[in-house]
Design a protein around this ligand. Structure first.
Ligand SMILES: O=C(O)CCC(=O)C(=O)O
Ligand SMILES: [Fe+2]
Length: 423
């Protein structure tokens, strides 16, 4: 397993994919699950039950949600609160951006950002040691940078480190691509509101009050949005390597992931019996999957399911917009009090996965190289830094030792925890 390279919103657990047998995709939920099912077996749940205010519909909906979170960790949400025209505009913008000139794209190259945001070229990202076959554009909440810049670098005395993740996005001018910034900002705003609604449903589905997560997420959630293009894989007879992944097998590392996808397809989720199941495009829906932090917080009751993207051959690129909804950077990840379900641990969910990859406690060193920190932002910074050691060297040089090792420090004098070993 290669530890230095995995996308920030995704976990280094990815390499366990081939061996692991997670989740129960498509499992029959014993009669109480009346959700409609897509051709692929992933259920379609209807958010209108939440908006209707009808307590019976809501009860039925959160029961279905509970079942999907426990059995598959993947579902579609339809009748959500994000306008369809905005979703269409967002995908159209993705096409415009990725088909613009390399100069335009490189004008917002992510190496210019101390917050790891902007455009990432094809081949610059790896999952489980293999290069991903996609190019992408990353955004987060638009904020002031927390520290003064010194010679173009963040002031290295900024602690806790997660504060360094606060900062601006990189934008293209209206002349370069009309409405670039308003469309992205409007989409992120609507996604953020919708994600919070889903968090409330998740709380209800765990038998908690619907505002249970408000203090951790409500005021300043630290979401991450990607806009991705998956080019068709060159055919073997054209000298291509047919085994390339758009994104290699992985689990998402945050709380909830929402995916807007076009009509091309390529997303697959790993079923309990070890089969990769197509999560087919379905207009008017978001694909939702759970991340490791939610699995951790529920002590493994809710599942972070392995997934990947397989690029098609032929002419057509695939465009998708994953939105990773995460709490405030300073939120502490704590176990949710759901004692009635305490028998369900992640060891059951992932019977063959190495324990270090699926920790069930929030504050322990789970294997020498995969420490889970109790503060969400620390984990987020850790993932970014481990994914992009070259950016740490450029923007956070105080974290880099002479031999190239990257060290996570909780304060200026701290000896730190090694995040990245040079190979
Ligand atoms: O683009 C997709 O279909 C999924 C992307 C994904 O899983 C990720 O970026 O974590
Ligand atoms: Fe993912």
């Amino acid at each position: 397993m290669v530890f230095g390279v995995a996308a920030a919103s995704r976990s280094i657990a990815a390499a366990a994919a081939a061996a692991a047998s997670p989740s129960s995709m498509g499992m029959n939920a014993g009669g109480i699950d009346r959700a409609e099912s897509n051709e692929c077996g992933v259920k379609v749940l209807d958010m209108s039950a939440y908006y209707s205010g009808d307590p019976h519909k809501l009860k039925d909906f959160v029961t279905q949600l509970h079942v999907q979170c426990r059995t598959t960790g993947f579902f579609y949400l339809q009748n959500h609160s994000v306008p369809q025209h905005l979703c269409d505009d967002m995908l159209q913008l993705a096409r415009k951006f990725f088909t613009s000139s390399l100069d335009t794209k490189m004008s917002i190259d992510y190496t210019q950002s101390a917050q790891f945001r902007g455009y990432m070229r094809l081949g610059w990202e790896n999952t489980a040691g293999l290069s991903d076959y996609r190019e992408q554009l990353d955004f987060g909440p638009e904020e002031e940078e927390e520290a003064d810049m010194i010679n173009g670098r963040l002031n290295h005395l900024v602690y806790p480190l997660y504060r360094r993740l606060r900062g601006p996005n990189q934008w293209l001018s209206n002349e370069t691509i009309p409405h670039f910034r308003p469309i992205v900002e409007n989409f992120m705003l609507k996604m953020s509101t919708f994600s919070m609604e889903v968090m409330k449903c998740i709380a209800l589905s765990l038998g908690l009050s619907k505002d249970y997560f408000d203090s951790s997420f409500g005021h300043r959630p630290h979401y991450q949005m990607k806009v991705a293009r998956y080019p068709p894989v060159p055919e073997p007879e054209m000298g291509g390597n047919g085994s390339l992944y758009g994104v290699g097998p992985h689990t998402d590392s945050g709380y909830l992931s929402f995916l807007l996808q076009d009509d091309v397809g390529g997303l697959q989720a790993l079923s309990k019996d070890g089969n990769w199941i197509d999560v087919l495009p379905r207009r008017g829906t978001f694909v939702v999957n759970l991340g490791e932090m939610l699995q951790l917080a529920t002590n493994g009751l809710y599942l972070a399911t392995m997934h990947r993207v397989v690029n098609c051959q032929g002419q057509k690129s695939r465009y998708s917009v994953p939105f990773f909804f995460n709490p405030r950077l300073d939120a502490k990840v704590e176990h949710i009090p759901i004692t009635e379900f305490s028998n369900a641990g992640s060891k059951d969910a992932y019977p063959n996965a190495p324990v270090s990859n699926f920790p069930v406690r929030g504050n322990e060193n789970c294997g020498a190289r995969n420490k889970i920190f109790p503060i969400f932002g620390d984990n987020a910074f850790k993932s970014f830094a481990r994914s992009h050691p070259q950016l740490v060297k450029m923007h956070h040089p105080d974290l880099r030792e002479a031999d190239g090792t990257i060290v996570f420090r909780e304060s200026a004098g701290d000896n730190g925890y090694v995040l990245y070993f040079p190979s």
